[in-house]
Ligand binder design. Structure first.
Ligand code: PEP
Ligand code: MG
Length: 580
């Protein structure tokens, strides 16, 4: 039966594929395809893992027996029996072969796919005792995965495109994905994503957008409603997920999917066209990147530089082992060299809020409002040694090409002073070590209303400004950008937000200091004309959005848009004038 689930549209396009449900705890399991002739070797790995786990359990039972504690621990013994029984159960281990032989999944992926199927059957059981056995099942699977981790696959996980050779497209369905998880899936087999939670500008959504594959977040109960292997359509434009579609609906979406592909190909023609408006205004189109390797996509899309390198992605999902100066330097250097002489804006680390350092760190360890807590520059200033290492790494990278240093989340003049003092100290340290440094411009993100309301202070201390609309909206409207429950109130066109953006641009322009927008608004074609009208001449966005925004720019006349933007600014309901 067809079911439609509504969520938030985060990444455009249509994906049609079979569902792969991944539990949050299994996100680090490798997902890749094997070739048919590798199937038996993968099945053998599973068999061996099962044998090792069975042997371990039997050994524990024997030692309990020898110690005479067999009878003293009847519950433990019964539990071990349950584990043994589950390991022998065809439902789990027998059916895994289907995923390997017929679907060509690697062993770990096959095992966790079948775990999802059986776990659901447990969830539906009436008897509470049996229902609770799900936890045992998860434990035995976890033990097998651990054994398999020790005994690597003879089949190497593909380094890049794991999609190769398989015909059935797959879409990933998860309750939640952290931004670091999302990054891990960047080079994966999946052609679409759905998550139960998340807002439109949550960092998970941002990474999904950078991957340019259809995604829907905030789809609430999707991971419960959708079953492993269901056929699913993800409409990333409308924010809906259609489960088990009828042939007519499938045909309709197949058509829409092809139309989208044709449109993208058509846009490719604009790649080398300069971004100049009808009235001759030259517009700078920059790329937002998360990893040095993204420079390739930035160049391919015709970006004239990187306007935001979110350096925190180098820091996340590493079990607390932060990258040292040398590792960071090498990463920044790769990005700088990758951009072939074009400027790279490296933002100092912005962890906290919805970008935890560790994967799946739940917020209970944090304060109640992590977005208002120790995040971004606040975190850096709280650990000067770590911050200095990052600053030195960035300064050293500037020896290989133009670098702009960008500081996130500043609000207080005291933070500005501390930051500048540390930048100065880092310069001295690099000079003392006789390491080469190029020219580095220093910029501040304007993403807290307090900053937007004190622009003259920022203009006095910085060479350029970059408006982070994602956070500026969140903090102006008191809306958690990652919370789907209040997503309907997250409004880039709220008059208060527009006023702050307009004033920032106007004051920077008046002083001849560069100002850019690097939040998601910059890549939203519905906002391009308005931002041009407000005087913006530099936009930074995911490489995948650049050509569509360029198309808007080529059709725009800023001399007309300026007057129109004034009426939008004065309106009670700007959306009525902007969104057609
Ligand atoms: C922003 O806040 O708009 C921004 C670009 O930074 P981030 O999305 O990483 O918080
Ligand atoms: Mg921000």
């Amino acid at each position: 039966m067809t079911v439609t689930v509504h969520g938030l549209a985060v990444s455009r396009g249509v994906a049609i594929g079979r569902a792969v449900i991944v539990a949050a705890t299994r996100l680090d399991v490798a997902h890749y395809f094997i070739t048919p002739d590798q199937a038996e070797a993968e099945i053998e790995r599973l068999r061996r893992a099962r044998a090792v786990v069975v042997e371990d359990i039997v050994k524990v039972q024997q030692s309990l027996h020898e110690l005479g504690s067999h009878d003293a621990h009847p519950e433990l013994n019964a539990l071990l029996d349950v584990h043994l029984m589950l390991l022998q159960d065809e439902q789990l281990t027998g059916a895994v072969k289907h995923w390997i032989r017929d679907r060509h999944y690697n062993a770990e992926w096959a095992l966790t796919s079948q775990l999802e199927v059986v776990a659901r059957q447990f969830d539906e059981m009436e008897d509470p005792y049996l229902r609770e056995r799900k936890a045992d099942l998860e434990q035995v699977v976890e033990r097998m995965l651990r054994v398999m981790r020790g005994v690597g696959s003879a089949v190497a996980a593909p380094a890049s495109d794991g999609r190769s050779g398989r015909e059935t497209p797959l879409v990933l369905i998860a309750h939640d994905l952290s931004p670091a998880d999302m990054l891990q899936f960047k080079q994966s087999v999946f052609t679409g994503f759905v998550t139960d939670v998340g807002g439109k500008t949550s960092h998970t959504a941002i990474v999904a957008r950078s991957m340019d594959i259809p995604a829907v977040v905030g789809a609430r109960s999707a991971s419960h409603l959708i079953q492993q292997d269901d056929w699913v359509i993800i409409d990333g434009d409308a924010g809906i997920v259609i489960v088990d579609p009828s042939p007519i609906v499938l045909a309709e979406y197949g058509f829409k999917q092809r139309q989208g592909e044709v449109e993208r190909e058509r846009l490719q023609r604009l790649k080398s066209t300069p971004a100049i408006t009808l009235d001759g205004q030259k517009i700078e189109l920059l790329a937002n990147i998360e990893q040095p390797e993204d420079a390739v996509a930035a160049l391919k899309a015709g970006a004239v530089g990187v306007g935001l390198f979110r350096s925190e992605f180098l820091f996340m999902g590493r079990n607390g082992q932060l990258p040292d100066e040398e590792e960071q330097y090498q990463a920044y250097r790769r990005a700088v060299e990758g951009m072939q002489g074009m400027p790279v804006t490296i933002r100092t680390v912005d962890v906290g809020a919805d970008k935890p350092l560790e994967r799946n760190v739940v917020r209970e360890n944090d304060y109640l409002n992590p977005a208002l807590g120790l995040r971004a520059i606040r975190w850096s200033l709280a650990d000067p040694a770590m911050f200095l290492a990052q600053l030195r790494a960035i300064l050293r990278a500037s020896a290989h090409g133009p670098v702009n240093l960008l500081i996130p989340m500043l609000a207080h003049v005291s933070e500005i002073r501390q930051t500048l003092a540390l930048v100065q100290r880092a310069r001295e340290q690099v000079a003392a070590a006789e390491q080469a440094v190029g020219e580095v411009r220093l910029g501040a993100m304007i993403e807290i209303p307090a900053a937007a309301l004190t622009i003259p202070v920022f203009l006095r201390h910085f060479d350029y400004l970059s408006i982070g609309t994602n956070d500026l909206i969140q903090y102006t409207l008191a809306i958690d950008r990652a919370d789907e429950a209040v997503a309907h109130l997250y409004d880039p066109l709220h008059p208060a937000v527009l006023r702050l953006i307009a004033d920032t641009i106007e004051q920077a322009n008046a002083q001849g200091k560069p100002v850019s927008v690097c939040g998601e608004m910059a890549g939203d074609v519905a906002m391009t004309r308005l931002l041009l009208g407000l005087g913006l001449r530099s936009f930074s966005m995911h490489p995948t959005q650049i050509l569509a925004v360029k198309q808007q720019i080529l059709r725009s006349d800023t001399s007309k848009l300026a007057a129109w933007a004034k009426t939008v600014l004065a309106a009670d309901d700007p959306a009525a004038l902007v969104v057609d």
